[in-house]
Design a protein around this ligand. Structure first.
Ligand code: GDP
Length: 295
């Protein structure tokens, strides 16, 4: 689905790439195709229209028709605009609390547990923080085990309570534990389900209200196509989250999901996951993603 976006952009820009000279008609047609590709990838119509208007204005301002390599200049203008659309500068994580509480949300299989570990490892090594990981999935004992394995791997303590069946209570106990034991960051890994449902949304919403996290992150598998956008919207409607984590970018996808999600929820993409290992985490850079999407 999203690779369609890359393909369509490729196709639209290809016409210009080879040309030594282009006409106003070439430019207009190309931009129409670009706009259509964006709309097809769920970028809303107004955003897509603004996008192509901006590119057109800049193209005329820079005399694209008489430029030495007009095709290349157009590609650059589209790339710059894509970069802007995906959020300009990378934004960090709010670590102002004591402890700073980070709530992870997302569907089962999106990469929440893996990313919780990666983030703990990142904060520990890069920001010299002392994180605590919290297992809040009360339905799947295997999920608790998985977080313990991750914690052992990176040398980060994991808080779990297999007797307690209320995730709000677990989160609260974990925060109290963190305060007593000098953990200045608490990362709460919550239960996801295979699809968005009311029970899951109520549960995460209850946790969110009770603990008032400094940072609520939504984790999404970049390979899941159209569903990624719908899921992002559903979680954002419930949680008004602070940022998006795009996982599995080491796969085949070129990452068009970044544009659609950003356009639909208007929240920054903060980090990306690029593999199963704990080190496979990167800050999100819009310009790198634009390069990747354009191929
Ligand atoms: P959760 O159910 O949301 O907690 O998802 P998990 O963290 O258990 O991840 C689901 C699967 O995706 C696991 O097999 C992970 O190893 C894998 N995974 C998570 N993040 C990435 C990533 O960035 N790249 C790849 N290739 N696999 C990932």
């Amino acid at each position: 689905m999203f690779d369609n976006l890359s393909d369509k952009l490729d196709k639209a820009l290809h016409v210009l790439k080879g040309h030594g000279q282009i006409t106003e008609v070439n430019v207009a047609e190309t931009l129409k195709e670009v706009r259509r590709a964006l709309v097809d990838a769920d970028v809303n119509f107004k955003t897509a229209k603004n996008f192509t208007n901006e590119v057109k204005e800049k193209a005329l301002g820079q005399n694209v028709l008489t430029a030495l390599k007009p095709g290349e200049l157009m590609v650059k203008l589209v790339k710059d605009e894509l970069t802007e659309l995906m959020g300009g500068d990378a934004e960090g994580i709010n670590l102002s609390g004591n402890p700073s509480v980070i709530l992870m949300s997302g569907l089962q299989g999106s990469g929440k547990t893996t990313f919780s570990g990666k983030l703990a490892n990142y904060l520990k090594t890069k920001k010299t923080k002392n994180p605590l990981l919290v297992a809040c999935d009360v339905y799947r004992p295997a999920a608790i085990d998985q977080l313990h394995v991750v914690g052992d791997q990176i040398g980060v303590e994991v808080f779990s309570d297999r007797e307690e069946k209320n995730p709000v209570a677990i989160s609260q106990k974990a925060i109290a534990y963190a305060k007593e034991n000098g953990h200045n960051v608490v990362i709460i890994d919550t239960a996801g389900r295979l699809a968005v449902d009311e029970a899951m949304m109520n549960e995460i919403s209850d946790i969110h209200k009770a603990i008032e996290p400094q940072e609520t992150l939504f984790v999404v598998d970049s390979m899941t196509g159209q569903d990624a956008v719908n899921t992002a919207k559903a979680f954002n409607d419930t949680l008004n989250f602070d940022g998006v984590i795009l996982t599995k970018l080491d796969g085949d996808t070129r990452g068009g999901a970044a544009i659609s999600i950003k356009s639909v929820v208007n929240k920054p993409i903060k980090f990306i996951g690029t593999g199963e290992k704990m080190e496979a985490i990167d800050v999100f850079y819009p310009s790198r993603m634009a390069d990747r999407i354009l191929g």
